[in-house]
Design a protein around this ligand. Structure first.
Ligand code: HEC
Ligand code: HEC
Ligand code: HEC
Length: 165
């Protein structure tokens, strides 16, 4: 009696494990770029069109980062800037979506020309202008960040002490 139960329990566990593995594979398929063909005449349009990003990207000029731990995994520019999958879905539902790309990154919207889009006062990293770009909604975080250890504030103090300054 007891033995049958153990065998049954074991079968259930094996089946669950197999289901988990199959599910895991499905997850991987989901993260594959979506072959959509959005109009490329806008920041969002081009950045969600994987095939077009592959056509217009500029290949990297610097060698991939290396070191004693071996080479870092390399991502092509179009993979680094493609917006898709769950992250893009979440972004569309977030309070940030209404701001629009140009609201945070500046540049020129509604053009098919990558160079024109990324020109003028274009900002690749809006967090470097946090006071201006994030402060209107996240004032307290922006204020605290100035002295956060993420800024190196703590390390700076220690290094200064070591230098005898
Ligand atoms: C026609 C396609 C296209 C359009 C339009 C376009 N981009 Fe890009 N963008 C790219 C590609 C391709 C890259 C990858 C780098 C490269 O090849 O220049 C990129 C890179 C970027 C980067 C990373 C830059 C860096 O230095 O790390 C940001 C941020 C960005 N785009 C934002 C925008 C914004 C904001 C707009 C609209 C104002 C826009 N893009 C319009 C194709 C486009
Ligand atoms: C709420 C502000 C905000 C909005 C809106 C926004 N971004 Fe960004 N974006 C950021 C921040 C912050 C980063 C991370 C880089 C940093 O600032 O350190 C980033 C990073 C990126 C990168 C990667 C840059 C790199 O060098 O790897 C791309 C590409 C990009 N954004 C494109 C877009 C596009 C296209 C849109 C519109 C669909 C958009 N962003 C809307 C704030 C924003
Ligand atoms: C127009 C208002 C507005 C601006 C400007 C804004 N945010 Fe937000 N942010 C929000 C709202 C609203 C939320 C709450 C959650 C949501 O809607 O996604 C949020 C949430 C966040 C979160 C938490 C996200 C999460 O998934 O929990 C981060 C991180 C963040 N913002 C960073 C930034 C940064 C960095 C900037 C500037 C580049 C910025 N925000 C600019 C409105 C804004």
């Amino acid at each position: 009696m007891k033995q049958t139960f153990v065998i049954k329990a074991f079968t259930v566990i094996v089946l669950l494990a197999v289901a988990q593995i199959i599910n895991g594979c499905k997850e991987d398929e989901k993260s594959e770029p979506d072959p959509n063909t959005n109009s490329v005449a806008s920041c969002e349009g081009c950045h969600t069109n994987y095939a077009h990003l592959q056509e217009v990207y500029s290949p990297d000029t610097a060698a991939p980062a290396g070191g004693c731990g071996g080479e870092a995994p390399h991502y092509e520019p179009y993979d680094r800037v493609y917006m898709g999958g769950d992250g893009y879905t979440a972004y569309k539902q977030s309070g940030h979506y209404e701001i629009g790309c140009v609201g945070c990154h500046n540049g020129t919207g509604n053009t098919t020309d990558k160079t024109v889009a990324h020109s003028g006062d274009f900002i690749s990293h809006p967090s470097m202008y946090a006071a201006e770009k994030c402060g209107s909604c996240h004032q307290a975080i922006v204020n605290n960040f100035k002295t956060s250890i993420h800024q190196g504030t703590g390390q700076k103090r220690k290094v200064t002490i070591r230098c005898g300054l």
